[in-house]
Ligand binder design. Structure first.
Ligand SMILES: [Ca+2]
Ligand SMILES: [Ca+2]
Ligand SMILES: [Ca+2]
Ligand SMILES: [Ca+2]
Length: 327
C-alpha cells in the first residue's frame, strides 16, 4: 500500500510539471507603431540662411538662439525653439500610434538626430531584445530627379508603392549610454545626475554623485564601443543580451579597476545591470543612445521616400528560459 501511495505521489508531481510547462512564458511587448522617416522632395531653388556664432537668422524673428546640440555636441539650428515635437515621454506602456521615437516627415540629407531610450524591467531579471518591424518601405511620389537617379542605379521609381531607398541610406548608431561608471547607477527621468545618501561604515551620510553622463543623450568615449556604428536598418542586431554580455566582459572583469557581480546585481554600484549572460537585471533602468543620420551625400533616389516601422521591445522571463524568443 505504501508503495502504491508513493507512486501516486510521483504521478501527481509529474502532472503538475506538465501543467506548468503548457503555459506560455511570461513576457511583455511594447510596440511603438508608425515610426516614420519620410524624405522631403527637393527641386533646386537658391536661398540663404545665415548662421553666426551658434545663432540662426529667421525672416520673422531675426536671430534666434539654437542651443540644440546633436549626439556629437555639434550645434544645430533645426528644429526651432518652441516648435512641436512628440518624441519625449516619461516611463509608460507604449500605446499604438501614440509614442513614436521617430516621426520625421521632411528629412533632408545632412539631417541627424538622437533618441535616448530607457528600458526598465520591473521586479525580475529578464532577457531583452529589440525588433524593428517594417510596415512601409516605399517611393511614394516620383520626382523628376528621383526618376533619373533611380535609372542610374538600374532601379525604377514607382508611385506609390515601389521599393523605397530610405532604408538603404539612413544610418543608425547605438551605444549603451552608461556614463563614466560601467553599468547603470541611474540618472533621473530628465537625465540629470542623482545624488544618493550613502550610509558608510562610519554611519556618516555622504552625498554621492551617481553618474552624471549616464543617460545624457551624448556618446562619451568611455561608454564603450558603439554596438551599431553607422549601420543601415537591415544590419541592426537586435540581441540585447549580446550587447550587454560583451560590455560585461569589457568593463566588469578587469580586477585592476574593479569587478562586477556576474549576475549583474551590484546594489547600484560598480557595473550594476551588466551581467555575464547579458540578462536585464530587474529594477535597473537601462539607457540606450540611438542616433540616426541621413548622410549629406544621399542621392535624389530617396526624395519623398518613406520608411515606417514599429519598434518593438520584448522581454521574456530569465528563469526557466535558457533559449528565449524561440516561438
Ligand atoms: Ca525612391
Ligand atoms: Ca527599400
Ligand atoms: Ca553608469
Ligand atoms: Ca552618455
Amino acid at each position: 500500500m505504501k508503495k502504491i501511495l508513493l507512486s501516486l505521489g510521483t504521478l501527481a508531481i509529474v502532472g503538475a510539471v506538465v501543467a506548468g510547462a503548457t503555459g506560455a512564458f511570461y513576457g511583455d511587448t511594447e510596440t511603438s507603431t508608425g515610426n516614420t522617416f519620410t524624405a522631403g522632395a527637393i527641386e533646386l531653388k537658391v536661398d540663404s540662411v545665415s548662421h553666426y556664432n551658434g545663432m540662426v537668422c529667421t525672416e520673422d524673428g531675426g536671430w534666434q538662439p539654437s542651443g540644440n546640440t546633436d549626439a556629437f555636441g555639434v550645434p544645430v539650428g533645426f528644429p526651432t525653439q518652441g516648435s512641436d515635437c512628440n518624441g519625449t515621454w516619461t516611463e509608460t506602456n507604449l500605446k499604438d500610434g501614440v509614442q513614436k521615437f521617430f516621426n520625421f516627415t521632411d528629412l533632408k540629407p545632412g539631417d541627424h538626430g538622437e533618441d535616448t531610450i530607457s528600458l526598465h524591467v520591473y521586479d525580475n531579471d529578464a532577457w531583452g531584445r529589440f525588433v524593428i518591424f517594417p510596415t512601409r518601405d516605399a517611393d511614394n511620389t516620383c520626382t523628376t530627379p528621383e526618376i533619373q537617379a533611380e535609372e542610374a542605379l538600374d532601379k525604377t521609381c514607382e508611385s506609390p508603392d515601389g521599393d523605397g531607398e530610405m532604408d538603404d541610406n539612413l544610418l543608425f548608431t547605438g551605444w549603451l549610454d552608461q556614463g563614466a561608471i560601467p553599468g547603470f547607477q541611474n540618472t533621473d527621468a530628465d537625465g540629470n545626475p542623482v545624488y544618493a545618501n550613502e550610509n558608510d561604515s562610519t554611519g556618516e551620510n555622504d552625498l554621492q554623485l551617481v553618474d552624471p553622463t549616464e543617460g545624457d543623450n551624448i556618446y562619451q568615449n568611455y561608454e564603450g564601443p558603439k554596438f551599431w556604428n553607422s549601420e543601415t536598418i537591415g544590419n541592426l542586431t537586435n540581441d540585447l543580451s549580446g550587447v550587454l554580455s560583451a560590455e560585461y566582459e569589457r568593463s566588469c572583469t578587469d580586477t585592476s579597476i574593479g569587478t562586477g557581480n556576474p549576475n549583474g546585481s551590484d546594489n547600484y554600484g560598480f557595473c550594476q545591470g551588466l551581467a555575464q549572460d547579458g540578462r536585464m537585471v530587474g529594477s535597473t533602468t537601462y539607457y540606450f543612445g540611438l542616433a540616426w543620420d541621413l548622410p549629406l551625400d544621399t542621392g535624389n533616389e530617396v526624395q519623398s521616400d518613406e520608411y515606417t516601422a514599429n519598434l518593438i521591445f520584448q522581454v521574456e522571463q530569465l528563469r526557466n528560459n535558457p533559449t528565449p524568443f524561440e516561438d
